[in-house]
Design a protein around this ligand. Structure first.
Ligand SMILES: NC(=O)c1ccc[n+]([C@@H]2O[C@H](COP(=O)([O-])OP(=O)(O)OC[C@H]3O[C@@H](n4cnc5c(N)ncnc54)[C@H](O)[C@@H]3O)[C@@H](O)[C@H]2O)c1
Ligand SMILES: [Zn+2]
Length: 359
């Protein structure tokens, strides 16, 4: 097991990564002094596979455990579901010393984290992420949120967990499509921040596709290190943290235009990264060879690099709806070669032209 500390003064916490860690959750929670009344927030899919192990691990150290299931799917990451969670927390008699355990992917983690941030003005919570995306991205950094009918993640807060426990073995049951989508976020760290990590991914692509446990542990740990470092420098996204949005400006636009069901988030980010690389080449930040390398790795991971047909006007609308614009321009994260980044203020129209999209 590896231990990584996210250093945020009194909000510091450890990220534990390893294989077969779930049964030790109870002991780890006790070690950081978490209370004995616990609510596990999860969904039926994850609960059926891992709920039992997590529950008994907590009961073994004397916790009184309540399991709260929320329906599976992004469409339930909303105020109505959250309201039901508050009801269940009150019903279970949780107090300020009690603790919430988020067991699942990013949807469960975001909603459970926001419930923890707001219930009784904030109670401790622990992230037990079970998707690759949640293990390398959403469980680290303390962004919690629910969606609003007018947009994703519009209601939320920064609220750090007390512990993140990543059991790499849980990925063995993750559907292939979700796994590949998570790999897009993994590539993001390499392209925008860490060249040697990008090279590691190129060298170990086959191992990763085969879900080799050792390789996965290395990769997940490195992603968490990078994200933790960025968050330590800019917890509330006043600057640097925006680098984690690499590939997301056009990715989000495609996600919105294609409909959230047709394209899962990571698939949209993969497309967004290829387009971001082309824009970066157009702005002189990287070479055509870099673009080919980035899109080559994305393809090897079984992700699409050719965007679906979309109308220019609808894409422009989606870009503007997603981002705060300054005088009509948008802060766009370019890759500087591979492994570094640069920020450009770009007009959305120029962005689309530079991306080479036929729209
Ligand atoms: N807070 C942040 O910083 C941050 C960052 C990125 C994304 N997000 C959020 O994360 C969410 C997406 O998260 P996601 O991609 O994990 O999707 P998800 O939570 O919907 O999980 C994907 C699917 O996998 C299933 N699943 C989860 N773990 C499993 C396992 N081990 N075995 C079998 N099935 C499993 C889930 O039930 C679900 O059907 C979005 O709401 C997004 O806004 C948040
Ligand atoms: Zn993302």
């Amino acid at each position: 097991m590896s231990v990584l500390t996210v250093n945020l003064a009194e909000d510091s916490y450890n990220i534990l990564t390893g294989s077969g860690l779930l049964p030790s959750l109870g002991r780890q929670c006790a070690d950081v002094g978490l209370g004995s009344r616990v609510a596990i927030i999860t969904n039926p899919t994850v609960n059926a596979i891992y709920g039992g192990i997590v529950r008994s691990s907590l009961e073994d150290v004397g916790c009184v455990v309540t399991v709260i299931e929320i329906p599976d799917g992004e469409e339930y990451k909303n105020a109505a579901t959250l309201s039901g969670v508050y009801d269940a927390l009150i019903e279970a008699g949780l107090d300020r010393k009690s603790c919430i355990v988020a067991l699942g992917g990013g949807v469960v983690g975001d909603l459970a984290g926001f419930a923890a941030a707001t219930f009784l003005r904030g109670i401790p919570f622990v992230q037990v992420p079970t998707t690759l995306l949640a293990q390398v991205d959403s469980s680290v950094g303390g962004k919690t949120a629910i969606d609003h009918p007018r947009g994703k993640n519009l209601i939320g807060s920064f609220y750090q967990p007390r512990l993140v426990l990543i059991d790499v073995e849980t990925l063995s049951t993750l559907p292939d499509r979700e796994y590949r989508a998570g790999l897009a976020e993994v590539i993001k760290y390499g392209v925008a921040i860490d060249r040697s990590f990008f090279e590691y991914l190129e060298d170990h692509a086959e191992d990763l596709i085969a879900k080799d446990q050792g390789c996965l542990e290395t990769v997940i740990r490195r992603c968490c290190e990078i994200k933790a470092h960025v968050v330590e420098l800019d917890e509330r996204e006043s600057g640097l943290r925006a680098v984690l949005n690499y590939g997301h400006t056009l990715g989000h636009a495609f996600e919105a235009v294609a409909g959230y069901r047709d394209l899962v988030h990571g698939e949209a980010v993969a497309l967004g990264m290829v387009l971001a690389a082309r824009i970066s080449a157009g702005m002189g930040h990287c070479s055509e060879a870099d673009v080919a390398r980035i899109s080559g790795l994305i393809t090897r991971f079984g992700l699409q690099v050719l965007p679906p047909k979309a109308e220019r006007a609808r894409l422009l609308e989606a870009i503007m709806a997603d981002k705060k614009s300054r005088n009509g321009t948008i802060s766009f994260i370019c890759n500087q070669g591979i492994g570094s980044f640069a920020v450009e203020q770009l007009l959305p129209d120029k962005m689309l032209t530079l991306s080479g999209l036929e729209v």
